[in-house]
Design a binder for this molecule. Sequence first.
Ligand code: ATP
Ligand code: MG
Length: 396
Amino acid sequence: MSLTGTLAIPEDVLEIARTLEEAGYETWCVGGAIRDALMKHPHADYDLATAATPAQVQSLFKHTAPVGEKYGTVGVLDKRRVLHEVTTFRRDVTTDGRHAVVSYGVSLDDDLARRDFTVNALAYHPIRHQWRDPYSGEPDIRRGVIRAVGDPAQRFREDYLRILRAIRFAARFEFTVEPATWAAALAGADGLSRLSAERVRDEWFKGLATARSVATLVRLWRESGAAARLLPELEEVGAELLARAGAIGPEERDPILLTALLAHDPAAMLRRLKASGAQIERAAAIAAGPESPAGLDDAAVRRWLSVTGKAAGDLTAFWALRHASPAPWADAARRIVERGDPLSRGHLAVNGGDLQALGASGPRIGELLAELLERVLDDPSRNTRDALIALARGRL
Ligand code: ATP
Ligand code: MG
């Protein structure tokens, strides 16, 4: 790995770069895709930096999407509908720790200077196969180091999210944060409370999805002081749970299930992070349980499926996550659902009107339906109109 080799840039990305260059705008590949290429990690979406303004980019391509026009970024869709971010060379004029005011008409080197970490500030010219690495990102990749571009304290003051990004990249690549950058993160941690809930949530979710070890991610959130300020729940994770989290594979990284695993009140944490209503509801249902059926026979599993409703899938996956083995009732539950066994009042062969016709009234109707459902959960073959009406008659 060195900066003399050539990178195999995907044809679709090359075509975007050629279109811009042929129109007279210098264009480089930058950011995550170049960093990952040097580490031989696959990366589908490319970031391109160009001298063209957002309006000029938009006029050159048929399929674009507004991504962050205020910051000079236009999404360009390739033939396979993969979105690549094309960003105008820019310099950050002012920042308040959260937002930047940007100016265009600057050079590639100015653009690289405003990037967060040296490993993210490398550029590659896809047509001339030329490298630009003014901040020595390549040696940092080789040594496994996350280092701020420029003065780390100032860079964190400009945007405190960079502290969380440093943690995320360190956990993702199992890199260390360079000592001066780490010291500045610790010193600047109070600034984290100024970040919007949405940006914190995005970093937390992305971190969970990409960390090589979830335990390392949690440890870095704690050691940096980010947990204490933003996710105090993480301070309470015990050693055993942390060890379990460290063994969770990359295919099991559902952010809601993982948050539920680590926080004792996951719904409250997600509410604070302004997660979606559906995500908060999932977390609340996981915490509410019941976490498992009372037994492993079909009747017990049906009863549990009936009580947990649409949370059953999450609860089954959650049990597997906690215990590091598949839930023992998972196969029975799948068969029950496939067979279409009745699991709710709506599935019963009689309804409230039928019971009313038998002479039931008021709250007694609901009670009777609940009793009938219990009998049907025990034995689905009872779910015929005649059998249920006979049962109901006997109980009136
Ligand atoms: P990922 O694999 O997570 O997409 P990435 O490095 O591509 O990693 P992005 O968030 O997509 O990260 O950003 C693209 C590039 O823009 C980064 O590599 C970095 O150069 C720059 N960048 C993004 N966010 C910031 C920030 N808050 N401050 C400075 N530079 C940033
Ligand atoms: Mg990216």
